[in-house]
Design a protein around this ligand. Structure first.
Ligand code: PLP
Length: 293
């Protein structure tokens, strides 16, 4: 995924009310160095981000992504983003995306050590081709996250509900999944509940009921999961949040990993045991996710 476009942003206060933020944007060469070596994003992973799916130049679920950027920033004691400034930055990046699928990233870091302001930037790149994984699915392994279901509420300083730049653990989990012969991982608590994948939310189906892990468990509240729930609710399905035992995943009628760029990937096996796949509903969900939202 090579970067096509990068825009540096001088972040303004959340209550700034100007109409046009173009003067706070600088387009930079996406292949050239642009950050200071003192950046806390690179030194400590101290910042937050969003990955937005783009389809034919349309940024999907723009408002939920901007709201979640704010939620993550507040959990990290970063200044609240100015929504309109970020909307305009996303629009500039989206206009640089070619037809087809692309990804826009928003990054807000604590800035340079002892520096006066956060650092903010937006990038755009052509997305990888996920056509086959949306159809053929993923084999997952369950990996112990090392804490219990109450950790998210008991220890907010772990930032479990924030989309922070500290993704080394998530990437290590994906490597461990590959070592175990799978495609992806699902984190589980040490008291037997499923959480989420390293870069996706988990949705299970049992009959006409869909269920996903409650965000209070210390997971990221997925914008794609929210969108899929809207789609399924409109068809009359019941869509719930709950604590989900690992045994429920193994007994599910179908299960998916959903995220903004890969969209819905059906789970075909858990820890080497096959689980049922619903090709028709999977295709319907992905058709919906590929439509302008
Ligand atoms: N959970 C984690 C840990 C993620 O990193 C992501 C996305 O990257 C998701 C869930 C899914 O979020 P979204 O649907 O907003 O992409």
């Amino acid at each position: 995924m090579s970067l096509r476009f990068a825009l540096m942003i001088v972040p303004v206060d959340a209550d700034d009310e100007r109409e046009d933020y173009a003067s706070t944007f600088t387009v930079v060469d996406a292949s050239a160095p642009a950050l200071s070596v003192g950046e806390l994003s690179t030194q400590r992973g101290d910042g937050v981000f969003e990955s937005i799916g783009v389809i034919d130049g349309h940024a999907q679920e723009l408002e939920p992504h901007v709201r979640r950027l704010e939620h993550s920033a507040l959990l990290c004691d970063l200044p609240a983003p100015n929504h309109e400034q970020w909307r305009q930055a996303i629009a500039v990046a989206a206009s640089a995306c070619p037809p087809g699928e692309a990804v826009i990233k928003l990054i807000l870091s604590r800035g340079v050590e002892h520096g006066p302001t956060p650092t903010a930037w937006v990038t755009a790149a052509v997305a990888a081709d996920f056509t086959s994984v949306r159809k053929d699915g993923v084999r997952v392994v369950t990996l112990d996250r090392g804490y219990d279901l109450g950790a998210g509420e008991r220890a907010p300083w772990l930032l479990l509900g924030a989309k922070t730049l500290s993704y080394a653990v998530n990437m290590a989990a994906l490597r461990e999944a590959k070592r175990r012969g799978a495609d992806d991982a699902i984190f589980v608590t040490n008291d037997g509940f499923v959480l989420e994948a390293p870069t996706a939310s988990l949705i299970l189906r049992s009959g006409d009921r869909f269920v996903t892990t409650a965000p209070s468990a210390g997971i990221l509240h997925g914008t794609t999961q929210l969108s899929v729930y809207e789609h399924l609710s409109a068809q009359g399905f019941s869509c719930d949040y709950a604590g989900i035992r690992t045994s429920e995943l193994l007994a599910a009628d179908a299960a998916w990993l959903v995220s903004s760029v890969r969209l819905a990937a059906p789970i075909t096996a858990v820890d080497g045991s096959p689980i049922p796949v619903d090709p028709q509903l999977t295709a319907d969900i992905n058709r919906y996710l590929l439509s302008p939202r």
